[in-house]
Design a protein. Structure first.
Lengths: 148, 269
């Protein structure tokens, strides 16, 4: 099941539509010893989930198995879209392709999603969005989904 | 009437005022069946992959021709709404340090907000579908990214392959994708605030930025050939071929139809 989903991710990544990617990330995270993969409601909280205060705003991130990851800032939802995109490091090292979150707010500034080398993707996104908002808040428009 | 699109630094103060006022007028007055907010709607709708499974405006080969047509329509509508056939979209060459965020032009910024003067609510500029809860246009200039340098622009411009499979945001050897990510995205992020959002055309500097992107594509075309769009006529699924209509524009508004700007009533100075 997991292998099959992994292949799906590769396939979808190549096509540029990677809606399955977050599902796999979630499954890997809860598939440790003793935990049931695909349980209807038994999945333990993902260790990467967070709820904390950053620069005076409450940031809450949740990684969902079989669904899309969720992010709330001061209880306002920010809809996330996963894209596969080229990253071009400013230090001149080789460009690489990775899956990344974009949203209404960081629409041109993808943030690499959680994977083996980058556990804090969702939190990095949360902090980036807070930095962009400054004293302001998200509006209801930010919660509207968007497919790429 | 054919217009010459100038660098905004070369505009007279009368031209700057006329441009700003035409944008404001278009917020509340329709022309040719469209108004300003129609453009924001199209940007949001066609940023996404639409029901035809095509990404028309971004992360795809039609990034350049889609925005060329989008700007051409706006220029026409601004001329119509203002009754001034000489209105043109100026370009912003972001490799030089002079910025368009001044009180006599696109509005000055105080603590991230355009709170008075041009493009403030009191002046007559309202936001539409903002994902940030505010009535003030937001700019966070330089907070999140730097401007591209002339040498970085030159490196991107020297790429020889227009675009190639898989025709999306992952292609490395692609003039289109390198320009889109390294220049286009970066300047959206450099301005920040609403320019970094899905509803970026709320900021009038969107048009100056994309005018410069269009100018760079035109300069590239004059070196590599005018009709060099990829993919050519064929059946490549999921992308706009050279002779395929770009939505939401009218029938026949294909990449081929916009490849030569001399047929579109404008040129670059």
């Amino acid at each position: 099941m997991t292998d099959m989903k992994r292949r799906d991710v590769l396939r979808y990544s190549a096509a540029g539509a990677v809606t399955a990617a977050t599902a796999v990330v979630g499954i890997q995270a809860v598939a440790g010893p003793g935990s049931a993969v695909g349980g209807e409601k038994a999945a333990a909280a993902d260790p990467r989930d967070f709820e904390e205060t950053y620069k005076g705003k409450k940031i809450k991130g949740k990684h969902n198995a079989g669904g899309k990851d969720e992010l709330h800032i001061n209880n306002k939802k920010l809809a996330l879209t996963v894209i596969s995109t080229l990253f071009i490091p400013e230090d001149g090292s080789e460009p690489y392709v990775a899956n990344a979150y974009i949203s209404a707010v960081n629409h041109y500034d993808p943030v690499e999603i959680d994977n083996d080398k980058n556990k804090e993707g969702l939190k990095k996104l949360a902090k980036k969005v807070v930095d962009m908002l400054g004293d302001l808040e998200l509006s209801d428009e930010a919660a509207k989904a968007h497919t790429h | 009437m054919a217009v010459v699109r100038k660098n905004f630094t070369a505009m007279t103060s009368a031209e700057k005022t006329a441009f700003a006022n035409a944008l404001r007028q278009f917020k509340t007055t329709s022309a040719n069946g469209r108004n300003y907010n129609w453009y924001i709607d199209q940007h949001i709708t066609f940023f996404a992959r639409t029901t035809d499974n095509i990404s028309h405006a971004h992360q795809s080969p039609s990034f350049f021709p889609w925005h060329r047509e989008y700007l051409r329509l706006l220029e026409l509508d601004l001329q119509t709404v203002s009754g001034n056939p000489g209105i043109f979209i100026p370009y912003w060459d972001w490799t030089v340090s002079t910025l368009p965020f001044t009180s006599d032009f696109l509005g000055s910024v105080t603590n991230g907000s355009v709170s008075s003067g041009n493009f403030s609510p009191a002046w007559g500029w309202s936001l539409y579908r903002s994902s940030i809860a505010t009535s003030f246009l937001q700019r966070r200039v330089g907070q999140n990214a730097t401007r591209p340098t002339a040498s970085q622009v030159s490196t991107v411009q020297s790429r020889t392959v227009y675009d190639q499979s898989p025709w999306n945001s992952t292609v490395s050897n692609s003039y289109r994708n390198r320009n889109e990510i390294e220049l286009h995205n970066r300047v959206h992020n450099y301005v920040g605030g609403h320019m970094g959002t899905r509803e970026a055309p709320n900021d009038p500097c969107f048009w100056l930025h994309h005018c410069n992107i269009d100018r760079l594509w035109w300069l590239w075309q004059t070196v590599r050939g005018l009709d060099t769009y990829q993919p050519r006529t064929g059946t490549t699924s999921g992308v706009v071929d050279n002779n395929e209509t770009m939505r939401p524009f009218g029938a026949g508004r294909s990449p081929l139809a916009v490849h030569d700007i001399s047929a579109l009533n404008y040129s670059y100075a």
